[in-house]
Design a protein around this ligand. Structure first.
Ligand code: C2E
Ligand code: MG
Ligand code: MG
Ligand code: MG
Length: 273
């Protein structure tokens, strides 16, 4: 067994772990406070019809804007998942976005659901209860999930999906084309919709994009192309058969006031200029 050196290293490693634990606890506490004190906001990004540019729906996206700077969802969502705060966070996003979008009867609402929650046996019941209490038509709600959970805990995910689809809630496979999800996965879990990850749009790899869209079309599933930033990407997506487009070209994530402006008749409702 090593003496000085070896022990010295072990001690340093422990210190490092303690420090990381402390940082994590600090960050979790900040996030907990942020959720409690309404520091988490919702922005809405339009999904537009590939044919006529009409806004068919919006995706609710969480924003954490602390007094100094901003924190990306890529950082605080994993933090929320790790610390068990994701339940409270999603409840807020779901409830807040349902209430906001409720008045625009023609809009569908997409909300991201963390894999962890989809595996929670209470999740489906909570969503159903919320829809009933808010009087929100289940057919207008689309829950977006990524494939990870389907592979790690397929049975649990399946149960939540089935229970919610039975009342009319739809499911979209998010970030399709980035992992292992296949036509089999889409069929097996009964997805209603596919969202092609923006990496496929920006890679300029038209062939991969087309092949991926053909996969989804073979199951008669509507496809949304994410991350549309240029007219050329919009054209590619349309020609490849996407039904709807989402990206900075069609509208960046916006506040409810900005969304209202986009939806007023004067502003030519839901069309790209
Ligand atoms: P996502 O669900 O795939 O959402 C799309 C992301 O792409 C959003 O990033 C959006 O702002 C960004 N985006 C949209 N159009 C464009 C574009 O044209 N160009 C580029 N470069 N980016 C574009 P955001 O808001 O940072 O969210 C990142 C991810 O964090 C989301 O990916 C989603 O997985 C997760 N997330 C966000 N809000 C929530 C939430 O409320 N709950 C859960 N569970 N996850 C969330
Ligand atoms: Mg999404
Ligand atoms: Mg996505
Ligand atoms: Mg994503």
């Amino acid at each position: 067994r090593a003496k000085e050196d070896g022990r010295g290293q072990v001690v340093a490693f422990d210190d490092q772990l303690d420090k990381e634990r402390e940082e994590l606890a600090f960050a979790e506490n900040r996030l907990k406070t942020a959720i409690e004190q309404d520091e988490i906001k919702i922005v809405f990004q339009p999904l537009i019809a590939a044919t006529d540019g009409e806004i068919n729906g919006v995706e609710a996206l969480a924003r954490w804007v602390p007094p100094t700077g901003t924190v990306s969802p890529e950082v605080f969502i994993p933090l929320a998942e790790k610390s068990g705060l994701i339940e409270a966070l999603t409840r807020k996003i779901l409830l807040g976005s349902i209430r906001t979008v409720s008045c625009w009867q023609s809009l569908e609402l997409s909300v991201n659901v963390s894999p962890i929650q989809l595996c929670n046996p209470n999740f489906a019941g909570e969503v159903k209860k919320m829809l009933a209490e808010e009087g929100f038509d289940a057919n207008r709600l689309i829950l977006e999930v990524t494939e990870g959970v389907l592979i790690s805990k397929p049975d649990r995910a399946r149960r939540s999906i089935d229970a919610l689809r039975a009342v009319g809630v739809r499911f979209a496979m998010d970030d399709f084309g980035t992992g292992h999800a296949s036509i089999g996965t889409l069929r097996q879990f009964g997805f209603d919709k596919v969202k092609i990850d923006r990496s496929l749009m920006s890679s300029n790899n038209g062939e991969v994009l087309k092949a991926t869209i053909h996969l989804a079309s073979a199951l008669d599933l509507p496809v949304t192309a994410e991350g549309i930033e240029t007219e050329e990407q919009a054209r590619t997506a349309r020609e490849a058969g996407c039904q709807s487009l989402q990206g900075h070209l069609c509208g960046k994530p916006m506040t409810v006031e900005q969304l209202r402006d986009r939806l007023t008749p004067d502003a030519r409702p839901g069309r790209i200029a």
